[in-house]
Design a protein around this ligand. Structure first.
Ligand code: UDP
Length: 332
C-alpha cells in the first residue's frame, strides 16, 4: 500500500510512518518541520520504502502528484499544542484550515479517491461538561471567544470540509477526533502534560500541576492510536463518519502528577501553579475530557492495549536514557 502522511515528522505522524513501514508499505512523508522534527524520522531515512519532503502543506508543489500516488492519506499536518496556539494563532488558523482543504481539493480535482483520515481533536467539544463525550454531543463555546479556541475552530472547519467532500463528492474520508495521546517522541515544549511531568520527575524538579489538579484527562498510548487509525481507514462503514479515538480510562491531573513521581521513584514535590502563571494569559481549562468509544469499538473492534502505567514506565525509562542515539530509542 502507498501511504502519504502529511505532518509525518510530528509525534503521531512519525509513529504512523514507522507502523506502515513495519508492514512493508511505501511511506511518503511531507512536513515543514515547524512542530515536527527531523529527529523523529531520521531513523527511517535509510529505508528505501520511505520518502521525505520538507515542505509546507499549504504551498507544497508536489501535493497533487503525491495524492495521486497514495492509496491512503493521513492528514496530520497542523499547528498544535496549547502554548503554540496561544503564541501563534494566525498560523494555526491559516495552516490548519487551508492545508486540510487543499488535500481534499487535490483528491476531488484529480478524481483520486484514496482513503483519507483527517486528524481532528477532542478540543471540538469545547466546554461541554458531560462526563464523557459522544460524537453527537453538543459543541459548546462561549461566544466571546478567546484565542485558545481558535485551534478547535480550525478542527471543526476541517471536519465540516471532510463531511462536505464525503457527502457531495463521495470521497472516502474518515474524521478521527483524537483525544489526549501520549508516547515516545512527544515533547512537553508546547504544554503537553505527560512528557512535562515525566521530564520533571526524572530530573528531580517540581512536578507542575496547573490549577487545582481536579481536571481530568484520558490518555491513549500512540501505539494504540495508530492501530485505531489504521483500523478506521480500512473499515468501509467508517466512510464519511466522525469517530472518537482514544482511551477511556480517566485520571485527575493531580493524581497523574503523583503517579508519575511514584513510578519514577522521584522525590520531586508536586507544585500547584495558577493558569495565569503557566500560560502567561488568563485561561479557561476544560474540566473533563473522556471519549465514549462505543462507535469506534462497533466499527473496528478496537481495544487499547497500553495501560497508563505501562506508558508512563516506558516514558520514564526513555527519559532516563536520554543521550543514547535517537535510532536506538525508537524501538517497539
Ligand atoms: N497541565 C499541567 N501541567 C503541565 C501541563 C499541563 O497541570 O505542565 C494540565 C493542563 O492544564 C490540562 C491537562 O494538564 O488541564 C492536560 O494538558 P495538555 O496540554 O497535555 O492537554 P489538553 O489540555 O489539550 O487536554
Amino acid at each position: 500500500m502507498h501511504v502519504l502522511i502529511t505532518g509525518g515528522a510530528g509525534f503521531i505522524g512519525s509513529h504512523l510512518a514507522e507502523y506502515h513501514l513495519a508492514r512493508n508499505d511505501q511511506v511518503h512523508v511531507v512536513d515543514n518541520l515547524n512542530t515536527g522534527s527531523y529527529d523523529n524520522i531520521k531513523p527511517l531515512l535509510d529505508n528505501v520504502a520511505f520518502r521525505f519532503d520538507e515542505a509546507d502543506i499549504v504551498t507544497w508543489s508536489g501535493l497533487d502528484k503525491a495524492v495521486g500516488w497514495a492509496d491512503r492519506i493521513y492528514h496530520m499536518a497542523a499547528v498544535v499544542g496549547v502554548k503554540k496556539v496561544l503564541a501563534d494563532p494566525v498560523s494555526v488558523m491559516a495552516t490548519n484550515i487551508a492545508g486540510c482543504e487543499r488535500v481534499m481539493r487535490a483528491m476531488h480535482q484529480g478524481r483520486w479517491n484514496p482513503q483519507l483520515i483527517v486528524a481532528s481533536s477532542s478540543e471540538v467539544y469545547g466546554f461541554n461538561d458531560n462526563p464523557g463525550f459522544d460524537e453527537n454531543d453538543a459543541v459548546v463555546f462561549h461566544s466571546g471567544s478567546r484565542l485558545r479556541w481558535c485551534y478547535a475552530v480550525t478542527k471543526l472547519a476541517d471536519e465540516s470540509f471532510g463531511y462536505a467532500y464525503a457527502q457531495k463528492y463521495g470521497l472516502n474520508i474518515v474524521i478521527a477526533r483524537l483525544f489526549n495521546t501520549i508516547g515516545p517522541r512527544q515533547i512537553g515544549r508546547y504544554g503537553m502534560v505527560v512528557p512535562s511531568f515525566v521530564k520533571q520527575a526524572v530530573n528531580g524538579h517540581p512536578v507542575t500541576v496547573y490549577g487545582d489538579g481536579t481536571q481530568t484527562r484520558s490518555f491513549c498510548d500512540v501505539r494504540d492510536t495508530v492501530r485505531a487509525l489504521d483500523l478506521l481507514a480500512a473499515t468501509p462503514a467508517a466512510k464519511g463518519e466522525i469517530v472518537n479515538v482514544g482511551n477511556d480510562q480517566e485520571i485527575a491531573i493531580k493524581d497523574l502528577a503523583r503517579l508519575v513521581a511514584d513510578r519514577a521513584k522521584s522525590a520531586s514535590p508536586i507544585q500547584f501553579i495558577s493558569y495565569g502563571e503557566a500560560y502567561g494569559v488568563e485561561f479557561e481549562d476544560v474540566s473533563h475530557r473522556r471519549p465514549i468509544l462505543t462507535k469506534l469499538r462497533a466499527l473496528t473492534g478496537f481495544e487499547p492495549k497500553w495501560t497508563l502505567v505501562d506508558s508512563i514506565d516506558d516514558l520514564i525509562s526513555r527519559e532516563r536514557s536520554v543521550g543514547v542515539p535517537v535510532n536506538e530509542m525508537i524501538t517497539g
